[in-house]
Design a protein around this ligand. Structure first.
Ligand code: ACO
Length: 325
């Protein structure tokens, strides 16, 4: 028995911040941000807004499209590093917001690879038999963890949530294989302390350098390209799929140059990748499910297509899922 994605949903906060808006508060330019990252705008949480509510909106959309109610779910798995509480978990807060039954609800913390990890975990549990209908969410709000005076990180991140409803199903469709990797020894390339205060875009307080996201961007860039290329090849060959058979890659949207470099190294045409980083920035664990939802909406995914999801993030963590749609 395998697992299949039955439906998807997405939601973002209502505040959209353009590169031009950032020019007003930072020593940066639209041209720099656009040419180095591909980002033109991002959505950010304002002070007092809740990421759980955004995730609930994405989840309700996915549930409605699946023709299911929250009470029909057997489990909730949330890929996130943005819970406002050490406990309850983000998934438990989401369970309450949705009014789901007394089901297991748990978080998977893998930063930007959070959704790819969460999907693999849900698929594994569904194969082992107990879970039949699972809500898998990717949600993050890294804009509340940057120092808004640090131009090297403040321009990169946006907030949001994507959700999928997975159902267990016999037959050739669904998740064919997942490969997950991590390298804890590289943790210092990208990190943020768990204890720092939230500082939203519109807050007067600024997260100080010690507590804010710290990133060694150029080193991370090189490792991201190499590791995502490798894991993409590995998951495809593990599933017995030739790279040429892949219909669409839906990657984590951290940097358009990373995405393009990976596609080039894989020898795949840019028409085989879905990107939306221009409008969202790096939404961490939310980026893959938001992009997946948009790809479906744009009619880029069809019955029986081979779709590949990949991501790399803080930890370091990286991974890929390959799916027959
Ligand atoms: N505006 C203008 N100039 C800037 C800005 C900015 N916002 N930020 C940095 N600069 C300057 C730097 O100060 C530097 O100036 P200098 O040459 O005078 O010293 C110059 O631009 C080049 O800086 P670099 O950091 O070398 O720029 P780079 O081309 O590497 O781009 C970036 C930086 C976009 C961060 C890139 O390295 C990157 O995308 N790295 C990978 C990010 C990633 O993959 N993250 C993983 C997922 S995220 C997660 O898990 C949460």
């Amino acid at each position: 028995m395998g697992s299949r994605i039955l439906s998807t949903g997405r939601a973002v906060p209502r505040t959209c911040v353009s590169n031009r808006d950032l020019e007003m508060r930072l020593d940066t330019s639209h041209e720099w941000i656009c040419s180095r990252t591909g980002i033109t705008q991002r959505y950010v949480l304002r002070s007092g807004e809740s990421l759980v509510e955004i995730a609930a909106e994405a989840s309700r959309q996915a549930l409605q499209r699946a023709g299911l109610r929250a009470k029909d779910l057997d489990a909730i798995v949330a890929g996130t590093v943005s819970s406002e509480y050490a406990f309850p978990s983000f998934a438990c807060q989401l369970q309450r917001a949705l009014g789901a039954s007394l089901i297991p609800a748990l978080d998977v913390a893998a930063a930007c690879a959070g959704f790819v990890y969460a999907l693999a975990m849900a698929d594994g549990m569904m194969r082992s038999g107990d879970w039949k209908r699972v809500l898998v969410v990717g949600a993050d709000a890294l804009s509340t963890m940057v120092n808004w005076r640090d131009r090297s990180t403040a321009v990169l991140f946006g907030d949001g949530a994507g959700a999928v409803v997975m159902v267990s199903e016999p037959g050739p469709k669904g998740v064919l294989k997942s490969v997950l990797r991590s390298a804890g020894e590289l943790w210092e390339l990208l990190s943020v302390r768990a204890t720092g205060p939230r500082c939203a875009f519109d807050d007067e307080a600024v997260r100080d350098a010690e507590d804010a996201i710290r990133m060694r961007g150029p080193e991370l860039f090189k490792i991201a390209v190499k590791s995502v290329e490798e894991v993409t090849r590995e998951v495809a060959s593990g599933a017995g799929v030739d790279l040429s058979e892949i219909s669409l890659i839906v990657p984590h949207q951290a940097n358009l140059r990373i995405i393009n470099a990976v596609m080039e190294r894989l020898g795949l045409d840019s028409s085989k990748v879905f990107t939306n980083i221009d409008r969202y920035g790096n939404t961490s664990a939310a980026s893959v499910p938001i992009a997946l939802d948009e790809a479906i909406e744009a009619n880029r995914i069809h019955d029986n297509d081979i779709v590949l999801l990949n991501a790399c993030g803080g930890g370091l963590t990286w991974g890929a899922n390959i799916i027959r749609w």
